[in-house]
Design a protein around this ligand. Structure first.
Ligand SMILES: Nc1ncnc2c1ncn2[C@@H]1O[C@H](COP(=O)(O)OP(=O)(O)OP(=O)(O)O)[C@@H](O)[C@H]1O
Ligand SMILES: [Mg+2]
Length: 343
């Protein structure tokens, strides 16, 4: 504050006035009134003179910098000309603003670099995932063309295998499309009243075969719950529940149990899907929501998973203003929970 143009002007003007008065007091014939008038007038004149000189010099420079900034059309700046003029120390203010701007830009650059790495990794992952089923199908078809087609038993088996690989490819591409759409916000949610009991019954029916093959039993708790009305996008919430139940069957244990639990809170229903499988090690728990992330890569691929399921689920639930919580104990099982607004 004391280094502001105003205070510098006051100090210098005071000094000049004192010198003038001191000098005049040695001149014979100068009385006290004259000394007073000379002191006050030199104080006022030098104050304004100095003040406007400093002001002019400082603001000329500030204005130049300001014009340069304006030319750059940087919207991020929180500077208005008026704000600078009334500021006691405009250079300091400008300096703070520029430092803030540099910090902001640095954060943006870091974010862009992070995105770039992410994009590169994503592209590598996608190509890798696409390669696997394409190569498999290609292999089977070439073997058929090379002569295997003449053996009806072998040709059927190879065609079935090629078809399975292509089905996997189709599922992968479809998942990628959905993921891109939810991420870019292109996929608009249609929120309506949905009965989650109906949703879950449909899913159980769909996954019945898969569960039976592993001897997995699926139970709903409370058993006699008639309805569970929530606000959700029916198709998307079906996709969420399907992935949770499908994972519980796939990654649970043989002859295991899957429990789908509904808990009523004041404004929401909490829905959980729990299995009694091998669980997920702690170090993987925070990463399973990343695209293509699989705890046991070979086992997941064997079961046909691409590792996109939970990434999609996370985005869909985000769009429902809901977050997923997951808890898992090795050899005890895994539990995924989320809440949906009551209808
Ligand atoms: N209930 C579970 N028990 C143990 N591990 C699980 C469970 N659910 C998910 N995981 C682990 O998390 C990983 C990611 O699951 P996610 O649903 O995203 O992929 P996926 O099921 O392998 O493939 P997709 O869902 O695309 O078919 C799985 O590969 C698996 O390793
Ligand atoms: Mg899955």
């Amino acid at each position: 504050m004391f280094l502001s143009p105003r205070w510098i002007a006051v100090l210098l003007a005071g000094l000049i006035a004192t010198l003038v008065v001191a000098f005049l007091s040695f001149v014979p014939g100068v009385d006290i009134t004259m000394l007073f008038v000379a002191g006050v007038s030199s104080l006022i004149i030098s104050f304004f003179g100095i003040y406007y000189t400093i002001d002019l010099l400082v603001f000329q420079e500030v204005n130049n910098i300001y014009k340069t900034i304006r030319k750059l059309k940087i919207k991020d700046f929180d500077i208005s000309k008026k704000k600078l003029i009334i500021n006691v120390n405009p250079l300091k203010k400008l300096n703070t603003e520029i430092s803030d701007y540099v910090e902001k830009k640095q954060a943006e650059i870091n974010e862009l670099k992070r995105m770039e790495t992410f994009r590169r990794e994503f592209l590598a992952d996608v190509s890798h995932e696409l390669k696997t089923p394409i190569f498999a199908a290609q292999g089977f078809i070439h073997t058929l063309l090379d002569g295997a087609k003449d053996d009806p038993v072998v040709s059927t088996r190879f065609l079935q295998k090629a078809a399975k690989s292509l089905d996997g490819l189709d599922a992968l591409v479809r998942d990628l499309v959905v993921l891109t759409q939810v991420e870019t916000g292109e996929l608009k949610m249609q929120f309506i009243i949905v009965d989650m009991i109906n949703v879950i019954n449909d899913i159980i029916e769909q996954l019945e075969n898969k569960a039976q093959k592993r001897g997995v039993s699926i139970k709903i708790k409370p058993k006699d719950l008639k309805e569970c009305l929530v606000i959700a996008d029916p198709q998307r919430i079906n996709q969420v529940m399907t992935n949770f139940v499908d994972n519980a069957i796939k990654y649970g244990r043989d002859n295991g149990k899957v429990l789908i639990e509904f808990e009523e809170a004041k404004n929401a229903w909490q829905i959980s899907v729990e299995d009694d499988g091998p669980g997920i090690p702690k170090e993987h728990l925070s990463r399973i929501f990343e695209r293509f992330y699989r705890v046991d890569k070979s086992r997941s691929r064997e079961t046909g998973g691409t590792g996109l399921g939970l990434a999609i689920v996370k985005h869909i639930l985000n769009a429902h203003n809901s977050t997923i919580s997951v808890s898992s104990k090795i050899d005890k099982g895994t539990r995924f929970s989320f809440s949906l607004k009551k209808a």
